[in-house]
Ligand binder design. Structure first.
Ligand code: G16
Length: 543
């Protein structure tokens, strides 16, 4: 088999976003586009000859084709072995688990997460480092820099590898091992949670519904929830991964997971509901007719962590992304452990976990996880909740309400304005920056602005600094409005407005978040001149 050197020219748009390079499928299908990015990864990471990689994706359209290309390029670039999930499938947390368990040099994950798939949908690729986590900024910047200079790539001329049969084969001098995508991950889950207690809960008539949204978690949830824990067949819905996710939008929130939401809010609703996204790292938690915000979920998992065997010894610390509510901070304070505030992006948690500074991490964007892997983990969060429900023998809603009674409620909501013209979104952010000095000390209704800034973060482990991570308007009572542009979209710009108010008064805990936050929502629109600058009357998605 021959290694071919292919001349190429740089593309100017291969800058990784919040989590890897995400583009429309036709962009990735352009000649040399994927190959340029993969070669830029290989040129940047300085893997020793013979190193091993993990490779898999969420099964979306173009997954299989991309895997064949990457395998042939890995062989041509001197890798010794690639572990590939059967059928090209590996959820993002499972890929992280496999990198760590098999101690490979790193891994390549193919996913555009919760973005829709299909021939006109999105595709994505990201590189994960030796600890199993997303490459830190210095690595993604090196990859981007390389992509702007690339002149050639290397690929083996060879027939395609059979991806569906477990076993070992050769591609040139490189070994390809097709592995069961579920086994290692399921084993890890069984070591963290009290499967016996969850089995008893499910056997007692406690009903659950898990929505895999026709994405990657179907096989994982079927094996763990139905086979190993005994949930009745059908407890996992939309369990078949499809290349176009059944034309759905695999984002587990109240808008896009409406099929599940209707079941949990309908007659004869199950006791517990959950959903995960395209690549299995996000989660949404629902009780009967009750939504648990991701920020509250993190705080509640932290407060109840010792109920799960894997966390019996307690937590070293907690980390949350800046826009995530401060509910977890209150738990950390009560437990007398540190709480870190990082920029948006799971990659910022890696150093903290590697240095044993934190055990649990979470983000408002439906992401929760721990140091068991270095990615957020949807099914892990579901199993953690089931473990707590089995131990406390109370409905999810009661657990949340008791938590609020003890800690107060951080009322929270996020308003997304999707598909804005990039110029309009940038002008709104610029306007906010320009207003900083005038805003300080200003009174808006009951709220007085204490300070505003653009969040920056100094990593306490390696000292690296990340600036421009979101505009914060902080009020004297601790309430906050945060403005950020998403780093994961592929069309125009998405403006995210994060709203948070602290409510210690139990008598007001029943209020719907939009009602409780109405004043802050109005202030956010006024300060940002949202209507004038975007022409939008209301958000695309509210979570
Ligand atoms: C990615 C990152 C998360 C981040 C989320 C939203 O998640 O891994 O850390 O919170 O994007 O980012 P943004 O607000 O920039 O769109 P995923 O699930 O898309 O990989």
């Amino acid at each position: 088999m021959m290694i071919r050197t292919v001349s190429t020219q740089p593309f100017n748009d291969q800058k990784p976003g919040t989590s890897g390079l995400r583009k429309r499928v036709p962009v990735f299908q352009q000649p040399h586009y994927l190959e340029n990015f993969v070669q830029s990864i290989f040129d940047s990471i300085a893997a020793p000859r013979g190193a091993a990689l993990v490779l898999g994706g969420d099964g979306r359209y173009y997954n299989r084709e991309a895997i064949q290309i990457i395998l042939k390029m890995a062989a041509a670039n001197g890798f010794g072995k690639v572990l590939v999930g059967q059928g090209g499938i590996l959820s993002t947390p499972a890929a992280s688990c496999v990198i760590r368990k098999h101690q490979t040099f790193g891994g390549i994950i193919l996913s555009a997460s919760h973005n829709p798939g299909g021939p006109e949908g999105d595709f994505g690729i990201k590189y994960n480092v030796t600890n199993g986590g997303p490459a830190p900024e210095k690595v993604t910047e090196a990859i981007y820099a390389r992509s702007k200079q690339i002149a050639e790539y290397f690929i083996l001329d060879a027939p395609d590898v059979a991806l569906d049969k477990i076993g070992v084969s050769k591609l040139g001098d490189m070994q390809v091992e097709i592995i069961d995508p579920v086994a290692d991950y399921a084993g890890l889950m069984a070591s963290l949670f009290d499967f016996g207690a969850i089995r008893n809960l499910l056997a007692s008539g406690f009903r659950i519904k898990f929505d895999a949204m026709h994405a990657v978690t179907g096989p994982y949830a079927r094996e763990i929830l139905e086979q190993q824990l005994g949930a009745p067949a059908g407890s996992v819905m939309n369990a078949e991964p499809l290349p176009d996710f059944g034309k759905g939008h695999p984002d587990p929130n109240l808008t896009y997971a409406h099929e599940l939401v209707e079941i949990l809010y309908g007659d004869n609703a199950p006791d517990f509901g959950a959903a995960s996204d395209g690549d299995g790292d996000r989660n949404m938690i629902l009780g009967k007719k009750f939504f648990v915000t991701p920020s509250d979920s993190l705080a509640i998992l932290a407060a109840n962590a010792t109920l799960a065997p894997g966390y019996k010894a307690g937590l070293a610390g907690i980390a949350r992304s800046m826009p995530t509510s401060a509910a977890a901070d209150r738990v950390a304070q009560a437990l007398d452990i540190p709480c870190f505030e990082t920029p948006t992006g799971w990659k910022f948690f890696g150093n903290l976990m590697d240095a044993d500074k934190v055990t649990l991490c979470g983000e408002e964007s439906f992401g929760t996880g721990s140091n068991h892997v270095r990615e957020k983990d949807g099914l892990w969060a579901v199993l953690f909740w089931l473990n707590i429900l089995a131990a406390r023998k109370q409905p999810a809603e009661n657990i949340v309400r008791e938590h609020w009674v003890k800690f107060g409620r951080n009322v929270y909501s996020r308003h997304d304005y999707e598909g804005l013209p990039t110029d309009a979104a940038n002008s709104l952010m610029q306007h906010l920056h320009d207003s900083f000095s005038g805003l300080r000390g200003q009174q808006f209704g009951q709220y007085e602005i204490q300070f505003c800034d653009d969040f920056s973060y100094t990593d306490p482990v390696d000292g690296s600094v990340s600036t421009g991570q979101g505009v914060r308007i902080i009020f004297t009572d601790g309430s906050r409005i945060v403005f950020r542009l998403s780093g994961t979209g592929t069309e125009g710009a998405t403006l995210r407005i994060y709203l948070e108010a602290y409510e210690p008064d139990i008598a007001k805990h029943h209020l719907d978040a939009q009602t409780a936050l109405a004043e802050l929502i109005r202030i956010a629109e006024e300060i940002s001149q949202l209507r004038k600058r975007t022409g939008r009357e209301k958000p695309t998605v509210i979570t």
